[in-house]
Design a protein around this ligand. Sequence first.
Ligand code: NAD
Length: 494
Amino acid sequence: MEYKMLPKVESFLNKNQLSLFINGKQQAAQTDKLIAVHNPATEDILAYIPNASSADTEKAIKAADKALSLGKWPKLLANQREKMMLDYANIIEKNEPELAQLLVLEHGKLYVDAQKEVSAAVNCFRYYAGWATKIEGSTLDVSLGGADHFAYTKREPIGVVGAIAPWNVPIMMYAWKIAPALACGCTIVFKPSEETPLTALFLAELSAEVGIPEGVINVVTGDGENAGSDIVKHPLVSKITFTGSTNVGKIIGQGAAKALKDFTLELGGKNPVLVLDDADLNKVPKGAAKGIFYNQGQVCVSGSRIYLPKNKYDNLLGDIGEIANNIKTGNGMDASSQMGPLVSEKHMQNVMRYIDSGKTSGAEVIAGGSKLFNKGYYVAPTVFSNPDNKNIDILTEEIFGPVIVAVAYDGIDDLIQKANDTTYGLAASVWTNNVSNMHKTLAKLNAGMIYVNSPVRSDPNLPLGGFNQSGIGNELGSASIKAYTRLKSVVIAY
Ligand code: NAD
């Protein structure tokens, strides 16, 4: 498909082998190991990025450590930090066409969704810019005796933040992790996913243009076993913020605990969609389809198992299947596409393995169920029927692709029991028009994020975090301010 590459994107990609971003500028990596970044819609190589060596990561961490206590950054007043963050938001907004195009190229998502992602990142920087002037401690009554005492707490920046991100919403992840860290006065070493590192490098270069001091934001590219693990182990990194799969989260949590550093883990999910008998059935199929096929199902909170009342099962499933069959899959740069490719060949093969496993384990394919086209990593929007709740892996494991599995239920207790029958606990959506049923369901659901009569979405003021195998700690809202500060208690005797 033809589209016009924007000059700034073209010149960014023409650097061919991109550098790391350390100490406020691009720096060549001290390694000859490279990783190719592909356009998932065409399979073409877009660029090569360094697979950072331990020496590269160390250099970035030392730059962040120096910027934390020396130079301009720690001397800035809170309102000066706020202004700098607002300037950063503005320049990101100004570069929206370039960032959206680069995002489609490296990730495959639809251009309109890439635009929305850039504006969500802008909003996130603006939201946390506001927080920079509102961080507070408290004064406390103490009963120490012997003298009069004045006691207070103060929140200080936690230190150098090591942020490790997945590939599904790369620009949003950059904002979710970097914006609150800046508001709190921290410095950052950010490692984007090796699948989608380009937008992070582009965003980091913009930070220099608005005068964010050198060393405050550093971007190290590379794979998890090297660059990622080097960040987790390094003694100068005080906090690890990780978003990614549950398996890698466990490795990171163990590494951070071993090095005795703070960590937050935002992990995978297998999120239920609960359709109550009293729901507005005209809205459910469209809402469920949006909840699973948006971003090709590559969303941690996507609704990947749907529970339908037994007496309405066939009709509702038929409607969802029809929507899936009519989705036009294609290149994200094509305005007529309604769903793009998956992020990589490896991920596409993984999703196809699940689809094949679903077929052989007896689930019925209602829509999709196959790879599409000869070029590009396309998988058809897929709907499985598993009415008897057979314990098969497409129902229990996170697929992270455009695959939804339907199950029938009989009565609200059966519904809640089935929805909670998972090792995860990230998100859920509930469709109902009955207030009593709604409250009964919400009170019993094991999920960190629940939406009623809507697919799950995010807002910078709404904390996000999973229960059970879906994570430890929260991100966004005031939760991120707590996560990027440490609490100092002071007692003054007078
Ligand atoms: P992933 O776990 O494979 O990788 C995530 C990041 O960790 C990447 O940057 C990777 O390079 C790095 N990494 C891998 N091994 C590492 C190691 N041993 N040490 C340090 N770093 C390492 O996940 P992914 O495939 O990039 O993303 C998909 C996953 O992310 C899904 O499970 C999805 O649910 C989850 N996710 C969760 C949320 C949330 O908020 N809960 C949001 C988005 C995505």
